[in-house]
Design a protein around this ligand. Structure first.
Ligand code: AMP
Ligand code: ZN
Length: 114
């Protein structure tokens, strides 16, 4: 058993509110949503952070971004707009050290982010 929360979801030890799954990716609703729609998209493979990406990960990373596009459309929020975020390490606000792309939508976003 791994101590990585998101690897435990991939392994089926914890059941998230899944919105999409295939052989490489899992997407589920954030437990503490920061917008009316807040989905996390993760690779099934454990990658700790953006700093750990290597060129072999390009395909899965591209799939994550395309899935964000597709889920925003599926949620009916693509035209209004949305935000995608990778938090990296402490100053980036990363709390779970398994790569994840936040898809936030359903409200007006502000800039700069907090
Ligand atoms: P980050 O701060 O970028 O590492 O984001 C981690 C995200 O994981 C936060 O938005 C949390 O609310 C979310 N999270 C933590 N535990 C769970 C869980 N069990 N199910 C769904 N989302 C979670
Ligand atoms: Zn993991």
């Amino acid at each position: 058993m791994t101590d990585c929360l998101f690897c435990r979801m991939v392994a089926g030890e914890i059941a998230p509110d899944t919105v999409y799954e295939d052989d490489q990716l899992l997407a589920f609703r954030d437990i503490n949503p920061q917008a009316p729609c807040h989905i996390l998209i993760i690779p099934k493979q454990h990658i700790a952070s953006l700093n750990d990406l290597v060129s072999d990960d390009q395909l899965v990373l591209g799939k994550m971004v395309l899935l964000a596009q597709r889920l925003a459309a599926q949620e009916g929020l693509a035209e209004a707009g949305y935000r995608t975020v990778f938090n990296c390490n402490e100053e980036g606000g990363q709390e779970v050290f398994h790569l994840h792309l936040h898809l936030l939508a359903g409200r007006q976003m502000s800039w700069p982010p907090g």
